[in-house]
Design a protein around this ligand. Sequence first.
Ligand code: AMP
Length: 537
Amino acid sequence: MAGMMQHWELRVSGLIDFAAREHGAQEIVSRVADGTVVRTNWAGVRNDALRMVQALRRLGLAPGDRVATLAMNHARHLVSWYGATGAGCVLHTINPRLFDDQLEFIVNHAEDRVMLYDRAFQPIIDRMKPHWPTIEHYICFDAETAAQESAFDQCLGAEDGDATWTSGDERDPCMLCYTSGTTGDPKGVLYEHRSTMLHTLAVVAPSALNLEARSVMLPVVPMFHANSWGIPFACAATGAKLVFSQVNDPAWWVGLSNAENVTHFAGVPTIWFGLLKYLDETGEKMSGVRHGFTGGAAMPRSIVERLMREGMRVVHAWGMTETSPFGTSNYEKPGWDDLSFDEQVSLRTMQGYGIYGSEVRIVDLDDPATVLPRDGTSAGALQVRGHWTVNRYLKADADATDADGWFATGDVAVMHPDGAMQLTDRTKDVIKSGGEWISSVELENAAVGHPAVAEAAAIGVPHPRWDERPLLVVVCETGQAVAAEELRAFLADKVAKWWLPDAIEFVDEIPHTGTGKISKKDLRKQFADYRLPDAAT
Ligand code: AMP
């Protein structure tokens, strides 16, 4: 017997239709590059997106064609998301911080036909143009002066918005993001309308983004990084207000938060560091934010604790470009209120629980066929599968998953009996000492708890007896210092004794990847010839 309910293809244009119909007057506020605050609303975004559909058709783009953006967060960028996907095209968001060889590779690999970009990235465009033969149209989002109309606005201005979305199958592609690729070439993750819609419907819940029509969200997560965690879709699905800061500056975030009554703020740990430093230095407050979201990298306990003391619900999520990106989220389980404050901080520092639609497990690091128990001690390779997990990278010959759909994340985690997942490392970064694993992440987290430490990275260096021993590389806070022995003593009661670093080196800067994460690969290169003080023993 067949089911008898209506079937509508799950397409992201349904989100903007809903937002415009039910929450049309809800504002989308952007502080743009020249410092001015520009306002539109969900109805305006829909109208502009429809005009962009017409403009893309006029340029000869067909469903499935790729439209690239090289842009920070602002409403025009948002319009391009709904416009490109509404025309059936694939919106390819590009991280402007990638290195030139990566920029060249991904644009050619994706065969992008249109490039929409912020004027701030004009030097990248000028440099890369000769290397991007597939791009036929370059359209700048912002004008040279406030009095002028931007190329993007001109393009839209030539259209009347009297159009319909391109219809199609819910499994058609809609967005494209490349992973930063710590080894080899970047890989393209091609999101589908259906996977994006299911992700959206799941992450609006209290167990993830906790959004509703009264929420005001400031995502400092870039729109080019894993679809800004899906926030621009989730806000449309709930009618929430979106606030964008085109420039990454704590003064802008705080100013916008207070002026626009921001309730939800999302950023990677580096953003939170920068924000708290700014608040400390200026004495300003950002008191309306009740929900703080973090993910993308390990969040130090000291920061989680500080935010919680300020009354914020700190939601710590784990995910990847390959998982759209929500994989797990740190929500409260029954009994939460009975936990002590310290216990709550400990749970918040972990990466949280599975959410419906995304399943995680750990397997033996040397034997992936052995699934490890959720016992709170076994560390294993983290695998994930679900409705919005990648199946195969763009143009790859084979699936990226095993026969049961499990995707090997490259992360190492411990699963606790209550289901909480705690990331301990990357498979390539764990330090193997005397046959036992040392978590570089836990060492780093403990080190940044010291007030003089701004950033820390632990790597394994060869040791004749133990195979590898940890070297801790530290950047101190401006104007502060700590002696290596003092730092070792500080770490002594925070990690196992045999985890304590054999050496601590102080540097001015730790290398980062194009997505702002510590580049262990480059750090290992930097310390390739390093000899530990007692390595001769
Ligand atoms: P990306 O695809 O660039 O977002 O990178 C995904 C990787 O970021 C994951 O595989 C993890 O190694 C790391 N990551 C994401 N979320 C967290 C988190 N909450 N804590 C620690 N590392 C994280």
